[in-house]
Design a protein around this ligand. Sequence first.
Ligand code: C2E
Ligand code: CA
Ligand code: CA
Length: 752
Amino acid sequence: MSKKSGPLVRRLLHPAFPAVIFLVFLAMAAGLRYGLIQQYTGQIQANLENEARSMANSMEREFMVHADSIRRMASRLQKNPQMSEREWREDARNYLVDFRIYQAIEWIDSDLIIRWLEPLEANENVLGFNTAFNQNRRSALESAKQSGNYDISGVLDLRQGGKGIVIYAPVGTGLDNSGFIAGVFRMETLAQQLLASREPAMFRIALHSKGALVHTLSDFEGASAPMSHTVPVSPPSLEWQITVEPSPAWVNKQRSPWPRWTFITLLFMGLLTSLTTLMLQIIFKRNQVLLATRQELDEEITQRKTIQQDLERLESTDILTGLANRRFFMEDLAHALTIAERMTRQVALVMLDLDRFQMLNDSMGHQFGDELLVQVSGRLNQLSNERILVAYSGGDEFMICQQYVEDIDDVIYLLGRIKQCFGAPYVVQGEAHSVTATLGVAVYPQSGQDADTLLRNSDIALYRAKEQGRNTYQFYTEGMQEREVLRLELEKDLSQALANNEFVLHYQPQLNLDNGEITSVEALIRWQHPRRGLLAPGEFIPLAEESGRITDIGQWVVMAACQQLAAWKGTRFENLRVAVNLSGRELDDENLVERIRKALETEGIPADRLEVELTEEIFIQNIEHNLGQLSRLHDLGVHLAIDDFGVGYSSLAYLRDFPVDLLKIDRSFITNVTERHDDAVITRAVINLAHNLGLRVVAEGVETQAQLDFLKNHRCNMAQGYLISRPVSAADLEQALGSGVPETLTLTEPDL
Ligand code: C2E
Ligand code: CA
Ligand code: CA
């Protein structure tokens, strides 16, 4: 994953985080619960205190009420000392009914003996009982007699059984005292009375008198809750305390449910929060994993796309030039044609071939060739736009497609722009080279309905343009197709020509300007075609070079020339030198020198009677090999001539290295040598150059006397051209030369 999670996010995603949340909630819940319990426990304590106080109060009140009622009985008896026992008992019964808590009401005489008693049942055994049964009691009662205040016994073991309390009210004070009225009540009854107003099974009450436990009242079984409250109870003449202990049930009833609910609620919330967090964590982590996977996937897709694009680009692009390749170009062309058909527009296909590229490539090396191709591609590619596609077809060929052509001027304009690409020289490996190109153009729909036809026809047009001398362009025309057919036919016929002995050599004399004699002739091949008549070498030599048949033809030429020389033996033509033309392809043949040697030997011809003409290109192509071949040839004694001198390669360095005997100034300089100053300058310069190098010079294509005079004036060694003679058959030559050696022969060659 490229995105790194921050430290906070990482902490939030820690597996312990939900547990921490839960623990925090747990602590909060426990704290709150503790606080609430504390608060409610205080509340309960206060409630208990209230209960205890109200119990003490009601106890006091009870005592006062009973004490008062007993005292009232006592004062009634005092006022009515004659009261009969029956009367008194009636009075007592009323009290019993009114108060209900008494075990018994008694009258005790001044001797402190119980005399009267109501009710009798369950109390008979106390009649006649002396209440001053111990010193303590006696002194308490005596002091009550004296003071007239009532006395409360404290908790006693009653004679009737059980525990109880007795309230004594004196009847009369001091000497007037005639005993006490006493009210006896049981502790149980008292307790019931006290607890009657309260819920049952709630309290345990411990009664202390002067610090000592005297009685325990309880309305529930089992242990009490661990809390209690003690309050003083102060009926007159008593020092009591009651300690109230609640039952667990009471405490529970007092207890609020809130601490528990708060605890549970908070705990639940904690659980919920931590679970939610856990879930969010899981979801988030899942999401992160998903995101990571997604990103990886995206990256892979991008990578694949790039690879795909690279592949497509590689498949459609030429690696060296970076231009579209042939395959892509053809697909695009086919597509362009379907569009053109719909829109009824034209499409132009331009086939471009660099002139003399092979020569440059061979002489300067592949590295040079590649660099030149790249530079040419660069300039051509500047033409490309949405209408124009430039592609590299291979070798030294380029293809250019122009779409949406409205009329032929569009194409002419494009051709002009292509030509501009070759206007400035190319600087390759630090040297400037002028490069030209030849173009063949085919236009849809007139020159072809489909891509393949257009391609073939542009190729034919290119071929024609090359034939016309390169650095030009040619549109495909209907006639070309026919000529193409002818060309193919011719090629087929060419394969039979040697076997059928259809070649002949014509000879063109070369006039020696020093002595006005014909000392040499150039052998020029013709093809006696069975149907088309005599064909010039221009019509079949290129074909023969392409197909490689030139080697055999060349061998035939050398052989035929030697045979002719042999035939002239013993005649006046015995001393003529014969020049034969060799094309570059022939030099590739390792057996060339040996074959020439054999031919000379076979016919018994001295080697210096044979001359070999080679164009400049040969001297700068495949230098090492060719130098070897030509040196061996020269060593044989064969003369070497440079043909078409001045039109080819610009460097003259080869003149220094090769064993050359003769320079043949190209016809193109001679044609206008008398009219054009620069041609005259060049011609003069070549003559001087040759002479300074110790070479002889021949001027080709001499057609006028003025040209001949110019050459003579500038000490050119020889002249060749129609002015002297056209190339003619050996027989015609013999005839012409037989009639003496004139200044100019006027032989004419049968029409080619
Ligand atoms: P090239 O070697 O430059 O031969 C001279 C060409 O110029 C010949 O054309 C010749 O007829 C022509 N010519 C000579 N004098 C004049 C003139 O005064 N005016 C004009 N306009 N033309 C003149 P041709 O015979 O058609 O030969 C053409 C080319 O074919 C030759 O050019 C040569 O390169 C090649 N060729 C001829 N024979 C052979 C051959 O046996 N082997 C090879 N490899 N190439 C040959
Ligand atoms: Ca020649
Ligand atoms: Ca020539």
